[in-house]
Design a protein around this ligand. Sequence first.
Ligand SMILES: Cc1cc2nc3c(=O)[nH]c(=O)nc-3n(C[C@H](O)[C@H](O)[C@H](O)COP(=O)(O)OP(=O)(O)OC[C@H]3O[C@@H](n4cnc5c(N)ncnc54)[C@H](O)[C@@H]3O)c2cc1C
Length: 419
Amino acid sequence: MKRILIVGGGFAGLWSALGAARKLDEAQATSDVEVVLVNPTAHHSIRVRNYEDDLDVTLVPLVEVLEPAGVRWIRGTATHIDAAAKTVTVDTDGKATSVAYDKLVLASGSHLAYAPVEGLAAHAFDVDTYEGARRLEQHLETVVQEDGGGKRTVIVIGAGLTGVELAAELPSRLRALVAAQGGGVDQPAPRVVLVDRTSLIASAMGGAQPVIEQAMTEMGVEMMPGVDIKRVDSTGITLADGTHIEAATVVWCGGMRASPLAECFPVERDALGRLPVDKHMQVAGVANVFAAGDIARALFEDGKHASVMSCQHGRPMGRYAGHNVAADLLGLPMLPLDIDWYTTIVDLGPWGAVYTEGWDRKLAAQGQLAKKVKKVINCERIYPPRTGVRADLFKAAEPSVQAPPPIGKQTSAGDSAEG
Ligand SMILES: Cc1cc2nc3c(=O)[nH]c(=O)nc-3n(C[C@H](O)[C@H](O)[C@H](O)COP(=O)(O)OP(=O)(O)OC[C@H]3O[C@@H](n4cnc5c(N)ncnc54)[C@H](O)[C@@H]3O)c2cc1C
């Protein structure tokens, strides 16, 4: 029995596993090759929803989707890859096991990258992982019980996509938490401050940038661009000019870096620590190893644009990596991945959302119209089928690139929409 091993059960890993199982099924090779997925937890995390208030809906049990597809799951964390010996060391509850592979797909994603700011890693919360988002939720529930001393102030550091989505969600979420504590309308409004060292909030958002500023203003989020943070501690943040902003909660949304497993290969990585992959998702210069998602950098056919650390790219990269790893093992033709569109849809909480098209981020929709698209993406499009039916999973795992999420028609000035 040969083995395809997938490391990681996120967007890229899950779809690699299902893509490989689908191809083996199609080639009637399931009795010759097994697909095994290693992931530390029992869940596929819909990580892009970690800024939302209901975290229960963000977890999909892995067995629910892997079992019908005939994929085996090993609970554990890969700690080392030996490409020459074709083995992965997997740690499960402190016990190390060596798992052999014939072909490997590396899809261990990315993790939060901290800026060199005193006290940041020790004191800041995050929404990078499900566990991080739960810690923040539990902390907020406790801390808002009292007013004063910055207890009802949250500082979000980093006004990129994640920071903006979280900051937009927080005013209404904090108000609901205060109300749940019995706080009436006479209570001072909780304070949400979005800070960034760049001179503009959401500076990379092209045509959506002014829309984001407008939404933040209308929701009462204080924006502090061009800020240099010197220290973070349990009382808040201190700026380089000595100003102290009192806050019991500081959340770091400043950046991501590829999983350290990328360092197991003697390959030049990009500035984010990603492994270069070719159009088939094979790691350049490393035999039998494919990579997909945040740990991989694929250049698209136009030769100008590379994959972005995103669910938008991680899912198709996974489907193609899965198809190709199985095809390669069986000596069948592989398929090239090319994605010729790019969209960015940023959730702006109760205000709505903003939708841009193209790499230069031209504004395409805003408000409740864009929110409707965002909801379809976050609640439907990026989930695997939950029917438990093998054929449904294999259909969704086909190596194809979906069309961009459709924007409905703007039916009135009041932003109503159809999906
Ligand atoms: C709050 C937030 C909002 C976001 N919003 C968007 C958005 O709107 N649109 C968008 O396109 N992207 C968004 N992203 C980015 C997106 O979530 C990532 O790009 C995407 O999750 C990458 O998929 P992945 O499979 O490569 O990694 P992940 O989804 O992170 O999955 C990696 C998996 O590998 C596992 N793993 C890690 N290390 C190991 C190891 N050593 N051994 C075994 N398993 C391991 C992890 O536990 C995890 O299950 C957002 C991210 C965050 C945090």
